[in-house]
Design a protein around this ligand. Structure first.
Ligand code: ATP
Length: 313
């Protein structure tokens, strides 16, 4: 079963997204012009240190908070312009959520099956036999079909998060948003839950964004975006290939993110090791750009400046 969207527009698009909080007269810029694009069917992780703006981003994408400026679109819904009715429909039908705390994902006094059925009832996407079949299908897909009659307290942390995933996917959303879904789990259970997320992404084609401080998530997804100080800074792309002996080889390569207007953030260790500061000198070569310290002599190897000096701009 694959969800068809009928278009190739990105499912998640943030352009120069800004969120400023004011508390006690002090302004905090949680997002400082963040850019992100996630295409239909992609599974992407956003990682970053505590305070980098991950939860702020997810809260905006889930329609719980509104950005101060910029563009945020999810499955063609403009999150900065959305009215109350559209917001409710969006949250019930277009996106599914999974949060770190199980208590936020499932009701403790309902069984796994009842929790999934409740999500379907609230959104009114199926009734009767169709609803019962959907509940079974979702729990089976997440490998917890045999635990349908258990309440959350009778399940392990990993099983609870699988049930939470079944609830999040019950109304066949186009986009699944997950905030630290493995934050309360040990390493091996985390790996199981991330693998379950990868398999539902493949099986249902649901576009998935996982936000986490756990850098090992990049072992489980093809694309990991790093956010630093409220901006996307680098991306790691992982690819696998089979060699002639049938052995799988995985390679991961880190890229700097270039925004629409050509800005990029140099990795911190590059800046430190070359003691770059204030300004740098750029030179344009045939197939690459060189970056030099801005103080001191012009490097001899510089063929021509990146921007001609007579440029009137
Ligand atoms: N409601 C708020 N009022 C004021 N400041 C806030 C609010 N929410 C977040 N912030 C600030 O915005 C910045 C980003 O916070 P955010 O929670 O998005 O980071 P995070 O990357 O998710 O961190 P963590 O991994 O610790 O959850 C932080 O400096 C935080 O203190």
């Amino acid at each position: 079963m694959t969800l068809m969207t009928g278009d190739t527009a990105p499912h998640i698009e943030c352009v120069d997204l800004v969120r400023i909080f004011s508390a006690d007269g002090v302004e905090v810029q949680a997002l400082q012009g963040l850019n992100l694009r996630v295409d239909p069917g992609e599974l992407v992780a956003v990682v970053g240190a505590s305070g980098s703006g991950k939860s702020t981003l997810l809260t905006i994408l889930s329609g719980l908070d509104t950005a101060t400026a910029g563009v945020a679109r999810v499955a063609s819904h403009d999150l900065l312009a959305m009215g109350a009715r559209e917001r409710t429909r969006f949250r019930r039908h277009t996106v599914g959520f999974i949060w770190q705390q199980t208590a936020r994902n499932v009701l403790p006094y309902l069984t796994a099956a009842e929790n999934v059925a409740l999500a379907i009832d609230v959104a009114r996407t199926a009734r009767g036999r169709e609803r019962a079949a959907r509940v079974d299908e979702m729990l089976d897909l997440l490998g917890v079909g045999a635990l349908a009659d258990r309440r959350p307290a009778e399940l392990s942390g990993g099983q609870q998060q699988r049930v939470a995933l079944a609830v999040a996917l019950a109304n066949r959303p186009l986009v699944l948003l997950a905030d630290e879904p493995t934050g309360e789990l040990d390493e091996s259970t985390s790996a199981e839950v991330l693998d379950a997320m990868r398999s539902v992404n493949e099986e249902l084609g649901v576009t998935t964004l996982i936000v986490t401080h756990d850098p090992t998530v990049s072992d489980h997804v093809r694309r990991t975006v790093q956010i630093r100080d409220g901006r996307t800074s680098t991306e790691v792309l992982r690819s696998t290939r089979l060699d002639e002996h049938g052995q799988t080889h995985t390679t991961a390569e880190e890229f700097a993110v270039l925004d629409r207007v050509g800005r990029l953030q140099l990795p911190h260790d590059f800046v430190e090791s070359l003691r770059l500061r204030d300004r740098v000198r750029l030179t344009l070569e045939d197939d690459h750009v060189e970056v030099f310290q801005g103080h001191g002599e012009r490097p001899e190897s510089s063929a021509r400046p990146a921007r001609p000096e007579e440029d009137p701009r």
